[in-house]
Ligand binder design. Structure first.
Ligand SMILES: NC(=O)c1ccc[n+]([C@@H]2O[C@H](COP(=O)([O-])OP(=O)(O)OC[C@H]3O[C@@H](n4cnc5c(N)ncnc54)[C@H](OP(=O)(O)O)[C@@H]3O)[C@@H](O)[C@H]2O)c1
Length: 261
C-alpha cells in the first residue's frame, strides 16, 4: 500500500512512518520542514493549512494517517488549526482519490470541550462529516508527553497541571495507526491506553531524576472545565480500551527515550 503520514516527522508520526516502512509499505511523509518522498522523489515541504503541495504528494496514496499537531491552550487557535488542517487534507484526499483517512485523537475528551481539546473535538467532527471514509483512533497521552510539556516551559520551576492519565508509548500508537490504515475505514476504532495509571507530576519527576536533571516541578490544579477534566480521571479511558504493554518506566529505559528530551 501507499500510506501518507501527515505529521510524519513528529513524536508519534516518526513511529508510524518507521512501522509502515518496516511492513513494506510505500510511505509518503507530509510536513512543512524536510523532504517529502513521493515514490522516491523529493517534492519538498507540504503544508496542511495552506494546502501547498498536498494533492500532488497524495497521488496514488491508499490511506492518510493524520498526526499533525499544533501547540496551544487557546480553544480558538486549536479549533482553527485542526478544522483547517482536516478540511484541507480531506479535500486533497478526495481530489487524489484517497480511500481512507485515519485521524488520531485523544481518549476521554468528550466532556472537556475547551482549550486544546476543543480543537481535537472539532477535528473529529470535521473528519466525521467529511468526504473521505474515515477511522478516528483515540489514544491516551504518550509517555513522551511529560517531556513535551517540560520542554515547552521556561525557567527553573515548571508548573504542571494535575492530570490523571494512563500514558502509552508513541511507538505502540504508531503501530496501531498503521494497522488501522491497512484495514477498511471503521468510523471509530477502539481507544488505546497504556498499561498503568499515572499522574503527570509523578512521571515528570521520575523522568527528570532518570535524566539527572535538577528542575523543580510543582503541581497546579487548573481552573475551569479544562482543569476539572484533567483532574477527573476521564482521560484514563474506560474498561473497554485496548491496552499497550510498555510501561512508563520501561519506556524511560528504552531507546525511544532521549535523555533531556
Ligand atoms: N502528545 C500526546 O501525548 C498525544 C496523545 C494523544 C494524541 N495525540 C495527538 O497526536 C497528534 C500528533 O502529536 P505529536 O505530539 O506527535 O505532534 P508533534 O510531535 O508536535 O508533531 C507534529 C507534526 O505535525 C507537523 N505539522 C505541524 N503543522 C503542520 C502543517 N501546517 N503542515 C504540515 N505538517 C505540519 C509537524 O511537522 P512540521 O513542523 O515540519 O510541519 C510534525 O511532523 C496530535 O494530533 C495530537 O493531538 C498526542
Amino acid at each position: 500500500m501507499r500510506i501518507a503520514v501527515a505529521g510524519g516527522t513528529g513524536v508519534v508520526g516518526r513511529h508510524a512512518v518507521a512501522r509502515a516502512r518496516a511492513a513494506g509499505h510505500d510511505v509518503v511523509v507530509l510536513s512543512r520542514v524536510g523532504g517529502v518522498d513521493v515514490g522516491g522523489v523529493d517534492v519538498g515541504g507540504v503544508d496542511v493549512i495552506t494546502g501547498a503541495g498536498l494533492v500532488e504528494a497524495l497521488q496514488g496514496a491508499d490511506a492518510v494517517i493524520d498526526v499533525t499537531n499544533t501547540t496551544t491552550l487557546s480553544a480558538a487557535k486549536a479549533i482553527a488549526f485542526f478544522e483547517t488542517a482536516t478540511r484541507t487534507l480531506l479535500a486533497a484526499e478526495e481530489a487524489a482519490g484517497v480511500g481512507h483517512h485515519v485521524a488520531l485523537s485523544i481518549v476521554g475528551i468528550d466532556g472537556i470541550d475547551s482549550s486544546y481539546y476543543a480543537g481535537k473535538l472539532a477535528q473529529e467532527r470535521a473528519v466525521a462529516t467529511g468526504p473521505v471514509p474515515f477511522t478516528i483512533a483515540r489514544a491516551a497521552q504518550f509517555h513522551e508527553f511529560a517531556g513535551q510539556v517540560l520542554s515547552g516551559m521556561r525557567g527553573p520551576v515548571a508548573l504542571l497541571p494535575t492530570l490523571l492519565m494512563r500514558p502509552v508509548a508513541a511507538r505502540e500508537v504508531g503501530a496501531h495507526l498503521v494497522r488501522l490504515a491497512e484495514g477498511a475505514a471503521t468510523g471509530r476504532a477502539s481507544d488505546l491506553v497504556g498499561p498503568r495509571d499515572e499522574i503527570l507530576l509523578d512521571v515528570a519527576r521520575r523522568q527528570l531524576a532518570y535524566d539527572g536533571r535538577r528542575r523543580r516541578v510543582v503541581g497546579v490544579r487548573l481552573p475551569g472545565a479544562y482543569g476539572a477534566g484533567l483532574a477527573s480521571g476521564a482521560l484514563r479511558g474506560g474498561a473497554d480500551a485496548r491496552q499497550g504493554r510498555i510501561t512508563f518506566d520501561e519506556w524511560l529505559r528504552s531507546e525511544d527515550h532521549v535523555r533531556g528530551g
